[in-house]
Design a binder for this molecule. Structure first.
Ligand SMILES: Cc1cc2nc3c(=O)[nH]c(=O)nc-3n(C[C@H](O)[C@H](O)[C@H](O)COP(=O)(O)OP(=O)(O)OC[C@H]3O[C@@H](n4cnc5c(N)ncnc54)[C@H](O)[C@@H]3O)c2cc1C
Length: 356
């Protein structure tokens, strides 16, 4: 039986574990803290296929199918709503958005340009003076990240995957071949080690003797007190970087797209809160005076060329599954499925374009 050790209990690591275990592999997942510690437990759950690159679009469309399938297979409700994902843009960014949509349509994405009134019909409180055009992806939406991780973990355990939390590991290599991972003094031998360590992937890769060079980002986010549910789609303003959606509990979940950081950090800041409050109340004036209940931050990694890094390396048995940037919830289920195929069959068409 093939033994696989996965570093990282986020969506990427757990998805790979799930699909590997379904095909009979002996899988262990190692998480340095608790399962929601990484970006997978700290994100805004927006699901989209609005990318400007065909391989990413394929991963995203496949991931949307897999959300439905895994919910059924695991009997776990991910609180997934496919009520649409909308990118809005001001005059300066309108042409770029339109070009993007032309490309996406040709790649088979169910997306179209709509005017501000269309968006106001879906969300009456939006200030239509702040944007001139919008791209509406009807099949996208929002998922609650925590149940995604809990559901995947449940599915994994039922398939016999061993999940070790509070277990930081190091990769061990002998010559040009992976030996396994070491937790304290114990070596867990494996035929394959998968680096799904998100923002920590550079460090894990270095342990295998490979400079990965992923860039690290930090993004801040917050939730307001609850309002009656009335905002169905996920809305991202590409001109200001502000995004909002509404959770099932009625909170407005929102943030500002992340910035590159020197090191992995999950510290939150007052600067974010003031910038977000200013921008979001221009976009939705009715939010003025609402209380923020919680704010937090998360870190994610972006591959050197802006793309995820998925595939085999010069070290036999050492596999990269990282670099998902701000789109891991949209992409990583299919990436995990692809990596399982790569390990068990030696190749996978869907992840091949991301080969390091
Ligand atoms: C504020 C915010 C908003 C976002 N919004 C969206 C969104 O709307 N849509 C979207 O698609 N994506 C979004 N993202 C991005 C998304 O969250 C990430 O792309 C995705 O979660 C990455 O998953 P991952 O499994 O690669 O990494 P992670 O979830 O970070 O998992 C990696 C895990 O590896 C563990 N680890 C690291 N080192 C070790 C070690 N030595 N031993 C054991 N374990 C280790 C870490 O503790 C971590 O839990 C957002 C991210 C943030 C922060």
């Amino acid at each position: 039986m093939i033994r696989v050790a996965i570093v990282g209990g986020g969506i990427a690591g757990l998805s790979a574990a799930y699909f590997l275990a379904r095909k009979g592999a002996d899988v262990s997942v190692f998480e340095q803290k608790y399962l929601l510690y990484g970006a997978s437990g700290r994100n805004s759950g927006g699901l989209t296929a609005q990318f400007v690159n065909e391989p990413l679009i394929k991963l995203a469309l496949r991931s949307l199918e897999l959300y439905d399938r895994i919910q059924t297979e695991t009997g776990f409700n991910f609180l997934l709503r496919k009520d649409g994902y909308i990118k809005i843009a001001d005059e300066k960014n309108e042409d770029a958005l339109k070009n993007e949509v032309d490309f996406q349509k040709k790649a088979g994405v169910n997306v179209r340009i709509v005017d501000p009134d269309f968006v106001r019909n879906l969300f009456p409180d939006i200030n239509t003076q702040t944007f001139t055009a919008a791209a509406y992806f009807a099949d996208g939406g929002v998922v609650f990240p925590w149940p995604v991780i809990w559901g995947l973990a449940k599915g994994c355990r039922e398939l016999g995957v061993k999940i070790y939390d509070y277990t930081p590991v190091r990769v061990e290599v002998k010559g040009n071949e992976v030996l396994g991972v070491r937790a304290d003094s114990e070596l867990h031998k494996a035929d394959y080690v998968i680096n799904a360590a998100g923002a920590w992937s550079n460090e894990i890769s270095r342990q295998a003797g490979i400079e990965l060079g992923n860039r690290v980002f930090r993004e801040e986010i917050c939730v307001t007190e609850s309002l009656k549910p009335y905002l169905d789609p996920y809305i991202l303003d590409v001109s200001t970087g502000v995004y909002i959606s509404q959770s099932m509990r009625g909170e407005i979940v929102g943030g500002i797209l992340g910035k590159e950081a020197e090191e992995v950090s999950v510290k939150s800041s007052l600067d974010f809160l003031t910038a977000y409050a200013r921008r979001v109340t221009e976009l939705v004036p009715k939010l003025r005076g609402m209380s923020i209940l919680r704010q937090w931050a998360g870190a994610y990694d972006v591959g050197r060329n802006g793309m995820p890094v998925i595939g085999t390396t010069k070290v036999k048995g050492f596999i990269q599954l990282n670099g998902f940037g701000r789109n891991g919830m949209s992409l990583a289920l299919a990436a995990g499925e692809g990596v399982a195929e790569l390990v068990l069959k030696g190749k996978s068409r869907i992840v091949q374009p991301f080969n390091p």
